[in-house]
Design a protein around this ligand. Sequence first.
Ligand code: BV8
Ligand code: ZN
Length: 253
Amino acid sequence: MISELLRKRLAAAEFVVAFTGAGISAESGVPTFRSNDGIWKKFKPEELASVDGFMRNPELVWHWYSERRKVIRSVQPNAGHRALAALEQCVPFVTVVTQNIDNLHRRAGSTRVFELHGNIERNYCMQCGTTFMDVETHLIEGIPYCRTERNGKACSGLIRPDVVWFGEILPEDEWNGAVAAMESADVVLSIGTSGVVFPAASLPYSAKQHGAFLVEVNPEPTPLTESADEFLHGAAGIVLPTIVEEVFSHHNK
Ligand code: BV8
Ligand code: ZN
């Protein structure tokens, strides 16, 4: 399954970056966005994952995020997430750059993760910026409001999920960390992403320009496939453990 060239490149690699999208969480039971079971099928992204969408109908958007949070809390990381965590024992520097907001890479044990689009477990007040890990106690008719005391007055700001919506800029530290990782990558594994959301989707191309060996793991081709040095046609939960096994098995003994 793993070509001699990929085996050689991975075995010699010092910096490996895994660039992941919703596809790596599919086998955990988290619906992707654009596959046929995708969540965007029911709703249009602009309606839900945008500031206007939220301001227009905060209750609907909060309902959508609460439902997704429930799913995410009920699932486990899968063999794909775990293989990337295991890779840290075989390669000097492994960085995960994810578009996912499901926290599954950290729960699988990855220690260096840049979350380009935020994290569904975090929320913040749009007025005073206070961060909330839980909003259940702040709900008023399905919408959470801030009550942080500030100079004697209670804030009454609207609380929103700490995720990057369409039209919003990506968090600076996460973006800068991801760009630096991509520029020094020996090998980039682009896993489970349809490569249509920018600026995140531009990262594998820039890694390739800086000399990285680009591998794509996906059950179907994407716009990135023709630029990839290797296209591993399959599910992340199957392909990633195979890579760790076949390339680094002597490490694990
Ligand atoms: C920005 C967080 C501007 C929220 C997300 C026109 C109008 C409006 C905007 C734009 C426009 N044209 C371009 C834009 C910019 C826009 C964009 O790129 N739109 C696209 C859709 C055209 N981008 C933005 O708005 C970004 N911000 O540009 O700001 C700006 C610039 C400067 C200064 C100020 C402002 C912000 C984008 C972030 C949006 N937030 N999510 C939430 O999740 O609720 S995007 C959302 O899509 C998720 O983050 C998701 O991760 C991301 C990408 O999707 P994928 O992860 O790739 O998932 P997808 O379902 O698409 O694909 C899954 C893949 O997995 C498939 O290929 C499938 O085959 C594969 N797969 C399935 N099973 C498996 C598998 N692979 C492996 N194993 C399996 N088992
Ligand atoms: Zn507040």
